[in-house]
Design a protein around this ligand. Sequence first.
Ligand code: ATR
Length: 284
Amino acid sequence: MNEPAVSHGPAAYAVFGNPIKHSKSPAIHGAFAAQFGADVSYRAVAVPLEAFEEKVAAFFRRGGSGLNVTVPFKERAWAMADSASDRASKARAANCLIPLEGGGLHADNTDGLGMVRDMVINQGWQLAGRRTLVLGAGGAVRGILQPLLAERPASLTVVNRTAERAQQLATEFADAPLSISAGGFDSVAGCEFDLIINGTSAGLAGEMPDLPEGLLSERCCCYDLVYQSEPTAFMRWAAARAAWAVTDGLGMLVEQAAESFYLWRQQRPSTAPVIQQLRELMTP
Ligand code: ATR
């Protein structure tokens, strides 16, 4: 009620999450802003679980120019927005909120595009015509499916520990030009893939889903949506099976941030130097 309106000073951006302490977003957006000499502030804010909607509203009431949203608030960010991009609606989650000119909020989801850009532009991988396997059927996977389908893979298979969740996702995307095959991990026994994406959170506990052998084609690319300072369990699994290329999701993190920056400011930052900078900082 009594919050002051911010009409001067730097354009204010933030990321809301819980937990948020180790977020790299302030460093990434700081580096982007420096490329344009832009007067911008970007803070990482730990938001109490019960206060998300209220804090978002207060942020924009005070003149905030754009907001990133991360775990566990992406679904709520999408739900509270007044309008949403198609990709956010398909994901039923948003990682980017943009104030509308006449008031209200627009929700977008830049995660999937960030992943696709990292694969295609930074890694030089071709996605069209590739037999693609996605591991997991949670929020992270939901966020990437539409941009992945837009790249026109030869086939798209989603497998999950709980097969029903994968089948549910396939049903939700039934109107896509390509129908998604879905099942449990065993359902892909005897199949080969050219691209395997790990979207499970198993790696966070140092685990690797129990997959059949023989899944990697000769030039199979393997991509983990998460990143750690050391290769993830999935990356080690892929390397041990002679994957043609293996990478983590650090580039995706920077690319999704670049797309948010673009949506807010209509300026497209260079991502390569920022990815390199983060990689160097993370190298133990
Ligand atoms: P996120 O937002 O990270 O996607 P989520 O929605 O909780 O989080 O989804 C976590 C995903 O990782 C799910 O696909 C989950 O499988 P279930 O649906 O069967 O729970 C998967 N997952 C988590 N731990 C796993 C493990 N140890 N082995 C295999 N899959 C695992």
